[in-house]
Design a binder for this molecule. Sequence first.
Ligand SMILES: Cc1cc2nc3c(=O)[nH]c(=O)nc-3n(C[C@H](O)[C@H](O)[C@H](O)COP(=O)(O)OP(=O)(O)OC[C@H]3O[C@@H](n4cnc5c(N)ncnc54)[C@H](O)[C@@H]3O)c2cc1C
Ligand SMILES: NC(=O)c1ccc[n+]([C@@H]2O[C@H](COP(=O)([O-])OP(=O)(O)OC[C@H]3O[C@@H](n4cnc5c(N)ncnc54)[C@H](OP(=O)(O)O)[C@@H]3O)[C@@H](O)[C@H]2O)c1
Length: 285
Amino acid sequence: MTNMTPVTKGAPADKPAVKAMPDAQTVTSVEHWTDRLFSFRVTRPASLRFRSGEFVMIGLMGDADPKTGKQKPILRAYSIASPAWDEEMEFYSIKVPDGPLTSRLQHIKPGDEIILRPKPVGTLVHDALLPGKRLWFFATGTGFAPFASLLREPQTYEDYDEIVITHTCREAGELTYGAKLIDSLKDDELLNEVIGEGFWKKIKYYPTTTREESAKMGRITDLMRSGEAFADLGVEPLNPETDRAMICGNLAFNLELKEMLDGYGLEEGANSKPAQYVVEKAFLD
Ligand SMILES: Cc1cc2nc3c(=O)[nH]c(=O)nc-3n(C[C@H](O)[C@H](O)[C@H](O)COP(=O)(O)OP(=O)(O)OC[C@H]3O[C@@H](n4cnc5c(N)ncnc54)[C@H](O)[C@@H]3O)c2cc1C
Ligand SMILES: NC(=O)c1ccc[n+]([C@@H]2O[C@H](COP(=O)([O-])OP(=O)(O)OC[C@H]3O[C@@H](n4cnc5c(N)ncnc54)[C@H](OP(=O)(O)O)[C@@H]3O)[C@@H](O)[C@H]2O)c1
């Protein structure tokens, strides 16, 4: 682990540092999943506490202003994909070809530094939900990231009898990060020890694609409306007495699903007022 003191690399011992990157953390590993998706792990600030499901601002220093020579950080919101107990921090990222941050972030390598502002926030947290029996995680694209954290969080299995994770992507390759992570849970030492062997049987995983052939095609919203998703999963439609939900996807998805959950009689919650479901955007627009 490292601390959060400014990094002043390359300054000779007898001279004051001229360039400092605040809140720097070191990249420890990078994995590319498709030409649009990658994940990476970084050192964790020793004093950073967060709740599984929260997000932080991360980024890189921008180019120097040609006039002033000053560099400004390019920062973006990122869900923390690792659980609160992990000694490192993991992120799951899009690569936007001309995106100010990700056009550069996609090239990071172990040993490089990124900026990580240690102020975690967010609504996709257990504290924002009232007790229930079945927890639904609804994701599209990189909206899987907060659930990668919550699926590795012991409280998820302590608080619920059943966890349903739905992930809708355009193409099959975009499901791989999530599929591998869910498969790896069977061998998760901490969860097996704390929750008990076979805890993973509580998970029902429902991946779907919309633009490439896969085992299950279609938007989760349409599959729920037709009843197909519930029949496939062997569960009843959501019921405010028993079901709780977290939503993380693009804006249209979030709005459509929110309306559906309202229709099932669930109420939206927040940190300040826990209720039956919570929503967060996977990206702006
Ligand atoms: C609360 C919150 C949490 C977020 N968590 C994540 C995360 O865990 N992983 C992640 O990759 N991004 C996440 N984002 C989006 C992230 O903040 C940036 O937008 C993204 O990293 C692209 O940055 P950029 O500077 O390259 O491009 P930007 O200028 O920020 O975005 C350019 C365009 O790319 C598209 N875009 C941006 N992000 C995504 C995305 N994730 N998936 C698909 N299209 C996208 C949008 O159309 C956007 O207008 C989150 C956003 C919010 C608001
Ligand atoms: N993924 C790619 O291969 C790709 C390639 C080039 C550019 N882009 C651009 O990148 C941006 C983000 O793409 P993305 O694929 O990560 O995210 P996205 O466009 O938000 O789509 C992710 C998944 O969510 C589904 N979805 C969208 N709206 C929904 C709704 N209202 N209800 C239910 N499901 C919904 C999509 O289905 P549908 O397919 O039915 O919309 C898709 O399967 C877009 O601006 C896109 O143009 C993406």
